[in-house]
Design a protein around this ligand. Structure first.
Ligand SMILES: C[S@@+](CC[C@H](N)C(=O)[O-])C[C@H]1O[C@@H](n2cnc3c(N)ncnc32)[C@H](O)[C@@H]1O
Length: 351
């Protein structure tokens, strides 16, 4: 097998390649996944905060990490975490824990709530003074107490502009005060084999190591870029949002090849509450929203990831709970790419 072929088919062996080269390999991965911590005896470890339905955790485990801890307040998300990680110690409210509750771990990872910095909510943004995004300060308190080797934070790109950048300065400055070198990069999940345009900022802090964040976040070699090449006649190619799968004159549905960004929303149609990707049936003149199962696929989760175990009862409408949790989640393939890079970083430092 040539080196080039190995690069595209075995991403686990060559993690310095660009995100784009992962697309093919990630598509070929098994749609079902079951974490098995027992196989990770010498594995690097990750503690997860604001765990949601475990998008970061799943990505890290696929990269060979062992999950040591989870923290999540939402009842439905807890059910899903318990289903996939039955043996991991778990706490609910980040405000009520100290660093002593978190087992010593190489990495702490968490996407703190985004509602107060998100541009999707029109109007003034409370930023880090808000009750939800302000939970960053609780995350920071714990990081300051324990100083894990590597921290990974995720949020919407709106964090970069909230309060004219002052909120982002607070995030970076707080980590720097604790002795972290910090780097950040905005990734779009569509470049990682996920059929969704989802831009998020990923912030990496390495304790007392100035070179760490750049080594983790940036590739040494130059990639091919994301833009498709223009046509020879100078015409630009069709936007991926306008490309579709399915026949316009067939009985079945027509899907956009890349969905618009999913947001946390309910199953009820309440005006702007709808996700913006629709599935038309042109011949029937009908249109519907994505199903929760399709949203799992559009987020890069295995099928059925957010189906609670049989016998679980919920007070709320199950579809709403699934839409909401999926819209908040991290896409596992992006988490996996980062986790591989962090794993290589930790291994090199060990040597
Ligand atoms: C942006 S989501 C993170 C999603 C997660 N990364 C995933 O892949 O599913 C933020 C999460 O923080 C949780 N959360 C909010 N307040 C919390 C608190 N006080 N303690 C712990 N978790 C909290 C929310 O329920 C939500 O699931």
């Amino acid at each position: 097998m040539s080196t080039e072929t190995q690069k595209t088919t075995s991403p686990r062996k060559t993690h310095r390649q660009s995100p784009r080269k992962w697309q093919q390999a990630i598509r070929e991965q098994s749609p079902t996944y079951s974490p098995n911590p027992s196989k990770h005896t010498d594995a690097p470890t990750v503690a997860s905060l604001f765990s949601g339905i475990g998008g970061l955790d799943l990505g890290f485990e696929r990269a060979g990490f062992k999950t040591t801890f989870q923290c999540e307040i939402n009842k439905f998300c807890l059910t899903i975490l318990k289903k996939h990680w039955p043996d991991v110690p778990r706490r609910t409210n980040i405000k009520e824990i100290t660093s002593a509750d978190i087992p010593v771990s190489d990495v702490w990872a968490g996407g703190f709530p985004c509602q107060d910095v998100s541009l999707a909510r029109m109007g003034e943004r409370a930023g880090l003074k808000g009750t939800r995004s302000g939970l960053f300060h609780d995350f920071a308190r714990l990081i300051g107490e324990a100083c894990p080797r590597v921290v990974l934070l995720e949020n919407v790109a709106g964090l970069l502009s909230s309060h004219q950048g002052r909120d982002f300065r607070t995030v970076i400055g707080t980590l720097a005060e604790f002795g972290y070198s910090v780097g950040w990069r905005v990734f779009n999940s569509k470049n990682f084999g996920v059929p969704q345009s989802r831009q998020r900022v990923y912030i990496v802090g390495c304790h007392r190591d100035i070179h760490g964040p750049a080594q983790i976040l940036f590739e040494a070699e130059r990639g091919e870029g994301d833009a498709e090449k223009g046509k020879p006649n100078g015409k630009t190619t069709l936007s991926p949002f306008k490309k579709s799968i399915g026949e316009d004159d067939g009985d079945g549905p027509v899907y956009q090849t890349i969905a618009y960004c999913l947001y946390a929303c309910s199953a009820r149609h309440t005006g702007t509450d709808w996700s913006r990707t629709y599935v038309p049936y042109p011949k029937k003149g009908q249109v519907r929203r994505l199903t929760p199962k399709e949203c799992e696929g559009v987020m890069g989760f295995p099928n059925g990831w957010t189906v609670p175990p049989t016998g679980t009862t919920t007070d709320d409408d199950l579809d709403s709970l699934r839409y909401h949790a999926l819209g908040n989640a991290v896409t596992p393939p992006v988490a996996e790419w980062l986790a591989h890079r962090i794993r290589n970083y930790l291994a090199e430092r060990k040597e």
